[in-house]
Write a protein that binds this ligand. Sequence first.
Ligand SMILES: C[S@@+](CC[C@H](N)C(=O)[O-])C[C@H]1O[C@@H](n2cnc3c(N)ncnc32)[C@H](O)[C@@H]1O
Length: 244
Amino acid sequence: MSRKNKELSFEDFQKLAQQKGLSLPEKIGFPTLYREGYYDVILQDIFTKLPFNNETNKVIFDIGCGCDILTHKIISACKQQKHILLLNDSKEMLDNLPNDKYPRLIPGKFPVQHKTLNKYRNKIDYILCYSVLFYVFANDNIYQFIHESVDLLKSGGKMLIGDIPNFDKRNRFLESEEGKRFLKNHKQLKGATAHENYNQKMDDTIIFSLMMRLRKFGCETYLLPQNSDLPMANRREDILIVKR
Ligand SMILES: C[S@@+](CC[C@H](N)C(=O)[O-])C[C@H]1O[C@@H](n2cnc3c(N)ncnc32)[C@H](O)[C@@H]1O
C-alpha cells in the first residue's frame, strides 16, 4: 500500500487493528502525538454539539468508532447516563474494546445490515461519526453512507459528522499571518500535513454540496467550527445534521 497516493481503506484499518505493539491511536491510523493530551477537550467539543452528557436514556450510535481512548471515554459517559450505546466498526477494531454486555457492538463496514441496528431504525437520537468521513470520501460512496445514517435517526435526531479535513480551510489558514507563523514552527507543521498529499481532498465544494443535498432530503444542516484548543481546529470542521 502506498500511503503517498492512497488514504487508509476500511481493510487497511482492519489490519492496523490487529497489529500487536501499536498504541490505541496508532490502531486507528493516528500517530500517538495527534491526540495525546487532547482527549477531554475533543470530548467536550463533541458534547457542545451532541449534548448526550446532560441527558439520560437516549439511543446513541457511533459509526466508525475505532478503539482509541476517545471511544473508551464515550463508553463511560454513555454508561453513566444510562444511554443505549451502539458501536460500529470492523470486528477487528471492535475486538480492542470492552467485551461485556455494554456497549452493543455492530461489526461490519457501514452501511451494514444488523439485527440490533434494524431494531433501532428511526429510533436513534444521536449519531456520532468522528474522524471517519474523509476515509469514506476517499474510498467509498459518501452519499450512500450519509443517507443510510440519516435514515436511522428519529425525527428531531441529530448526527455529528466531526473532524472533517477541509483543504480550502487549511489553505485560507496557511495564507494568513497566523498561518505563516504556524508554518515556521516545524513541530506544529508535522501534525498539519495529514491528508495533504493525496489526490482525494475534501474542500468547501464537497462540504457545502453535502449540506445542501441533505437539506433537500428533509434535514437541517449546519457547519460548525471546532473549539480552537483542538489540535487541528485551523483546518477541520464539523457538520451537524438535524432530521426533521
Ligand atoms: C481515524 S479512525 C476514527 C475512530 C474514532 N471515530 C475516533 O475518532 O477515535 C477511522 C475509523 O473509521 C472506521 N471506518 C472507516 N470506514 C468505515 C465504514 N464504512 N464503516 C465503519 N467504519 C469505518 C475505521 O475502521 C476506523 O476505525
